[in-house]
Design a protein around this ligand. Structure first.
Ligand SMILES: CC(C)(COP(=O)(O)OP(=O)(O)OC[C@H]1O[C@@H](n2cnc3c(N)ncnc32)[C@H](O)[C@@H]1OP(=O)(O)O)[C@@H](O)C(=O)NCCC(=O)NCCS
Length: 237
């Protein structure tokens, strides 16, 4: 994703106590080379190393993150699953079991729209891995969350991210001025509609959650979000 992420992170308090329960109720996805799994508090060191690279964070936060800031992001990832029943996964390279980045789905700021997001450690760029992770997120979003449309947002200068979006079948939709407390500027929106989406048959193995708690949770999250958004728009008119 883009710089918009920062906005949410500031809202998160320390919720490490939820890790165990969230981890148990979260789906994992295996692709050809990757495992998308729940983040754990143990990931802090590995994630800090990745986010300490200013090149990785250039379009995510605009600067390299300290370990403390990374802990805030980690809490945000965990809280997303707790609050909405979907969110960001840890991206792990299967052959080495190494944590190499993140990917996932999240609401775009306060809207009921959902975007796909991804970011990898620099040694793993240009190997098709972000595309592999993004494809899995899209498949999950359409098959499990039953989304009608998934966006991807990027800074106009983040050419690598634009290419990932195109490679996974997303199309340019608009360039829109965006402003919140932390970010102001234009963002490029790519999107793919449910009707246009077709998975390409690449390896994808979903380990679903036991029971339907997560499904109930994200259905409710979407309904709540749509209602809040409608009310906010009505109030602004
Ligand atoms: C952007 C990023 C996710 C791309 O990941 P990646 O694993 O290198 O992407 P892939 O290997 O799947 O490449 C997909 C396509 O993009 C192209 N590409 C990747 N990085 C590129 C770059 N910097 N410039 C131009 N093209 C690039 C690849 O060549 C490939 O093209 P193809 O479809 O013609 O073969 C990665 O550079 C990254 O993690 N950056 C930091 C975090 C970030 O900016 N995330 C996105 C926020 S919106």
């Amino acid at each position: 994703m883009s710089d918009v992420t920062q906005n949410h992170i500031s809202l998160i308090t320390n919720k490490s106590s939820v890790v165990g329960e969230v981890a148990e109720s979260m789906p994992e996805i295996e692709t050809d080379r990757l495992l998308l799994r729940m983040f754990k508090t143990d990931d802090l060191d590995g994630l800090s190393q990745i986010y300490a690279d200013a090149d990785v964070m250039r379009y995510l936060s605009g600067h390299a993150l300290s370990k403390e800031e990374t802990a805030g992001w980690l809490n945000y990832f965990l809280a997303g699953w707790e609050n909405y029943g979907f969110g960001w996964w840890a991206v792990v390279l299967k052959e080495s079991a190494e944590l190499i980045g993140h990917c996932g789905l999240q609401f775009i700021h306060v809207t009921p729209e959902v975007e796909v997001t991804y970011g990898l450690a620099r040694p793993y760029w240009r190997k098709g891995l972000a595309s592999e992770a993004a494809r899995a997120c899209l498949r999950y979003g359409f098959a499990e969350l039953k989304l009608d449309r998934i966006y991807a947002l990027a800074d106009p200068g983040n050419i690598g991210s634009h290419h990932v979006m195109e490679r996974v079948g997303m199309r340019y939709e608009k360039t829109e001025y965006y402003k919140d407390d932390l970010y102001e500027g234009e963002l490029i929106y790519y999107a793919i509609l449910r009707d246009a989406y077709q998975h390409d048959g690449s390896p994808y193995s979903l380990r679903p959650v036991a029971g339907d708690d997560t499904r109930t949770s994200f259905s409710r999250a979407f309904d709540d979000r749509k209602r809040e958004w409608k009310n906010a728009k009505a109030a602004a008119e």
